[in-house]
Ligand binder design. Structure first.
Ligand SMILES: [Fe+2]
Length: 262
């Protein structure tokens, strides 16, 4: 399986503090069945100003440690998690952020937890004009998506792909986020899963339980795509379009029609 969001690259953000702790946590995930990891270090204005050059240099050093420790059992891929706002959109469009596996095709982004940027549609349009595709990291943690999970459909319609945190499914961030993650998954609005592991003992290790919940809520038809195939396509820089998702049933008449198969 592929972990499509992690902070295992040491000393670049609020993730792993050193390589030993990264290897220790990666082994825990390997024991759960994960053997490929996207190292998506934060890029956040005035806080984590990680450049592609610096991240790639550190990635190459860490990759040789991973090879020595795990032999060929584990593979890692470079990337970043970019905070998307009016201030960062230009950097994204002009190639100043590290794309997934440095393929210059896909960007993993996050937004603020407390609100959606009012011009999010414009930001998405601007980025897609520069031939980059977007993957939204853990939207289930955003308060507006929690309030109205169906809202995500508007962005999926613009070909934005979605990654949810396994920890959200396992209750790592509370009940509301857990319910939102389950809802998105059961509506086929999820295309990748990630640990978002920060190698911190402050976050409970709920991932075994989370995998059981994932199995319960995932559409079996898309399970292998979410766990493996979609991430592999992105690592290779290939195009990927969202699955058709289930829309909210509107009104009694639609329910009546569905019930009587009219
Ligand atoms: Fe993250």
């Amino acid at each position: 399986m592929i972990d499509f969001h992690s902070h295992f690259l040491p000393n670049v953000d609020d993730g792993a503090k050193d390589s030993n702790i990264s290897l220790e946590y990666m082994e825990k995930f390997y024991n759960l069945g994960f053997n490929k990891f996207l190292l998506s270090s934060h890029i956040y204005p005035n806080l984590y100003e990680n450049t592609p050059k610096d991240l790639l240099e550190r990635f190459n050093k860490f990759q040789s440690m991973v090879k020595t420790y795990f032999k060929d059992k584990i593979e890692i891929f470079p990337g970043s998690e970019v905070y998307l706002s009016q201030d960062t959109v230009e950097n994204i469009c002009t190639g100043k952020v590290l794309t997934i596996n440095n393929k210059k095709t896909h960007v993993l982004f996050e937004v603020d937890f407390t609100f959606l940027p009012p011009n999010l549609d414009d930001l998405i349009k601007e980025i897609s004009k520069s031939k980059l595709s977007l993957i939204w990291a853990h939207p289930e943690r955003n308060s507006e998506i929690i309030r109205e999970p169906e809202k995500l459909g508007r962005f999926i319609d613009q070909d934005v792909l979605v990654q949810i945190n396994l920890g959200s499914l396992g209750g790592q961030f509370g009940e509301e986020i857990e319910e939102t993650a389950k809802k998105l998954l059961s509506k086929d609005m999820v295309h990748f899963i990630g640990s978002d592991c920060h190698c911190s003992p402050r976050r409970q290790f709920v991932f075994k339980e989370a995998m059981d919940i994932f199995d319960k809520y995932v559409n079996p038809h898309y399970k292998e795509d979410i766990l493996i195939n979609n991430a592999m396509r992105i690592f290779e820089g290939q195009l990927l379009y969202p699955f058709p998702y289930k829309v909210k049933e509107k009104g009694l008449w639609n329910k009546f029609k569905k019930f009587f198969k009219i």
